[in-house]
Design a protein around this ligand. Structure first.
Ligand SMILES: Nc1ncnc2c1ncn2[C@@H]1O[C@H](COP(=O)(O)OP(=O)(O)O)[C@@H](O)[C@H]1O
Ligand SMILES: [Mg+2]
Length: 292
């Protein structure tokens, strides 16, 4: 690995906060120049802590982060010249004349304040012409339209500058849409790391969800007709099966033939939430509230 082909490297990063909070338990990845890399996981997974170690705001308990071959903890100033961060709690400073200037232009161009705030945070991060842009939960709290504006701005930025992007999110659609590769983070460790399409193709094409009176009986019936145990998850009365060979209607018939009462059936394409569920046995628990 050299500095050109490998811009950002996390090498077995560990962070244990006081009180023995094991926020990050040995995370390693390698982000190529120009790549958009996502850290996907629920609140508390250790995403912000990982970004902190890559940007010198959090000192690793052990392990090493490097940017273009430079050790972040050993030489924070040099690595800060190469990167910028848009923090989770986006803050743009008090009114400054520069900001007023931008606001004037926002008015001139008819840019709405909410969209303007987003662009402003990005503009500020870009002032140093970073090679690497870290975005920590960039769309939390934004409405749908502003979210899409941000996607567009970041897409344009990538095309024009080839900037490397490392972002965190707990929005599955965002990871799928924005990232070339996604590391799924579960309790401070990487559960899987690949392109969204590869992660998705590792599970079946159709996801079948059944509400049943005997979920474990249903899981057993599906297993008996060739559905791999790893492809079936039971949570409460709901059985979620990732189907490869069996059609959804055949799968429902298999369960009903086992004299199990099916009260509701849903078939849908697989999402990264299904990948996460399969890896961790839990749902990320946050899906995007697409409005209007
Ligand atoms: N400064 C801190 N001191 C102690 N614990 C912390 C601190 N920052 C984060 N944590 C804990 O570390 C874990 C990971 O947090 P964080 O990295 O913020 O996760 P995420 O960004 O994925 O939500 C959580 O349990 C959180 O409460
Ligand atoms: Mg966070």
């Amino acid at each position: 690995m050299n500095a050109r082909s490998s811009t950002v490297v996390a090498d077995d990063l560990v962070k244990t906060y006081p009180g023995n909070v094991r926020a990050v338990r040995g995370i390693s990845f390698d982000v190529r120049a120009g790549e958009a890399f996502g850290l996907l996981g629920p609140n508390g997974a250790g995403k912000t802590t990982t970004i902190g170690m890559l940007t010198s705001t959090v000192a690793p308990t052990s392990g090493r982060a490097t940017l273009a071959g430079i050790d972040v903890a050993a030489d924070p100033i040099r690595t800060r010249w190469l990167s910028s961060v848009v923090f989770q709690d986006a803050v743009v400073d008090q009114p400054l004349s520069g900001r007023q200037n931008l606001q004037l232009h926002m008015r001139l161009w008819g840019v709405e304040p909410a969209i303007g705030q987003v662009r402003l945070a990005i503009i500020r991060a870009l002032l140093s012409a970073p090679e690497v842009l870290f975005l920590d939960e960039p769309t939390v709290g934004l409405d749908t339209r502003v979210r899409h504006d941000l996607f567009d701005v970041i897409g344009t930025l990538r095309e024009r500058t080839g900037v490397t992007i490392i972002m965190t999110t707990h929005y599955l659609d965002e990871a799928e849409r924005m990232c070339d590769r996604v590391a799924i983070i579960d309790k401070g460790a990487i559960a899987a790391c690949d392109s969204p399409s590869a992660l998705l193709s590792a599970i079946g094409r159709d996801i079948l969800e059944l509400r049943v009176d005997d979920p474990h009986g249903a899981a057993g019936a599906l297993a008996a007709s060739g559905v791999a145990p790893d492809d079936v998850v039971v949570i409460g009365q709901t059985v979620t099966a990732s189907l490869r060979d069996l059609s959804p209607s055949d799968a429902v018939r298999v369960v009903e033939d086992a004299r199990i009462d099916v009260t509701a059936t849903t078939t849908r394409p697989a999402t990264l939430d299904d990948v996460y569920l399969r890896l961790t046995g839990e749902r990320i628990g946050t899906t995007v509230d697409w409005e209007g």
